[in-house]
Write a protein that binds this ligand. Structure first.
Ligand SMILES: NC(=O)c1ccc[n+]([C@@H]2O[C@H](COP(=O)([O-])OP(=O)(O)OC[C@H]3O[C@@H](n4cnc5c(N)ncnc54)[C@H](OP(=O)(O)O)[C@@H]3O)[C@@H](O)[C@H]2O)c1
Length: 327
């Protein structure tokens, strides 16, 4: 059983803990919050008697093996480095980094602790329907794709009211690309590889982050268009083109149905979806850590580095600047 520490007391942490418990591989033993009362409320919510911390150094000195980090984006990389330095493995919410240069510190920390694991919680990567598409792509000649993931954010009303929620703040590295676009970039890089050219035309909000936009990834033989946003809802299907056939599926972060359309014929390739979409990743990470599966880690970390290299190019092309960016 892995002892699990938690940073971040929002709904996503509760959902991850539920997923972790479903795998029977983890037990929560430590919780960090900026406020004792919030930590206590969270502990009550997830029904644990874990130790509570309001000091990050004390938290990282506590008794646990792996930390789940679901703080605002701008804290992810530095908290992951702290975790590794403290001898803990880390499961970090997406985006693992907000600037590709932050990967250097993570690589250094991992080199100093070659027995530890670092995973980015890109949950869709571990879902069965993602694997269905992955298998399809690697067995068919591809002539292009359009992938979408665009949802009206529950925090956008607060943004309009001038409350400056973290997810729309340049200080906390928010915006559509970092929040939802990263799912699309993960899918594109996993399915099609590294693009030759990556561009992002984004509509920037007054806060400096992107509200929505369209990315294009160019490959030698085809182009992939990625549509993202947090200021409106899109019901566009995602599509991958192969000869005269088209694979049609849901927004990439919410993959429930996958259909192969060949003229008038339709073949349903969908696999059942788990009620908690974080169970598959919790299982994959827990299994890898418990079994010391370095090959799995190496593969996933290589992919994360590719994804965040592309993310950096896209961000630069859209002119999105965060408070903590390197000079
Ligand atoms: N995988 C998914 O499906 C999914 C879904 C949603 C979110 N996420 C990811 O999860 C992460 C957290 O998202 P969220 O919406 O929960 O973010 P959030 O509400 O902005 O912050 C998360 C937690 O960080 C702490 N926090 C808030 N503001 C802070 C500040 N100014 N300084 C330091 N700590 C602060 C809070 O915990 P305390 O008050 O206890 O300190 C809060 O519960 C993000 O990186 C997001 O991308 C993933």
């Amino acid at each position: 059983m892995l002892k699990l520490g938690i940073i971040g007391t929002g709904w996503i942490s509760a959902q991850f803990v539920d997923a972790a418990h479903q795998t029977n591989r983890y037990a929560v033993t430590a919780i960090y919050s900026r406020h004792q009362e919030t930590a206590a409320d969270f502990a009550q919510q997830i029904k644990t008697s874990a130790a509570l911390y309001t000091d990050l150094d004390d938290f990282f000195a506590a008794d646990f093996d792996v930390v789940y980090i679901a703080s605002p984006n701008s804290f992810h990389a530095q908290q992951a480095v702290m975790a590794l330095a403290a001898g803990k493995s880390a499961i970090v919410e997406k985006p693992l980094v907000t600037h590709p240069q932050q990967l250097d510190a993570l690589r250094d920390a991992l080199a100093d602790h070659p027995d530890l694991f670092l995973f980015e919680a890109a949950r869709h990567l571990y879902e069965d329907n993602f694997a269905v598409i992955d298998n399809f792509v690697h067995q068919h000649p591809i002539s292009g794709a359009t992938l979408s993931y665009k949802k009206y954010s529950s925090k956008f009303d607060a943004y309009i009211d001038g409350k400056n929620p973290n997810v729309f703040s340049a200080k906390f590295a928010g915006g559509a690309l970092m929040d939802l676009g990263v799912y699309l970039v993960y899918a594109a890089v996993k399915w099609f590889g590294m693009p030759d050219i990556a561009t992002y035309r984004a509509h920037l909000l007054d806060s400096g982050v992107d509200g929505d936009g369209v990315m294009q990834l160019q490959y030698p033989q085809f182009a992939v268009n990625l549509i993202t946003g947090k200021t409106s809802n899109s019901y566009l299907a995602s599509e991958i083109y192969t000869d005269k056939d088209t694979l049609v599926f849901d927004p990439v972060g919410d993959l429930k149905s996958v259909t192969l359309v060949s003229g008038d014929a339709e073949q349903n390739l969908s696999r059942p979806v788990l009620p908690n979409p974080m169970v598959a990743e919790a299982e994959a990470f827990g299994q890898a850590i418990e079994n010391h599966d370095r090959d799995f880690f190496t593969k996933q970390f290589a992919l994360a580095q590719q994804v965040h290299t592309v993310m950096g190019t896209l961000r630069q092309s859209a002119g999105i600047i965060f408070a903590g960016d390197p000079e």
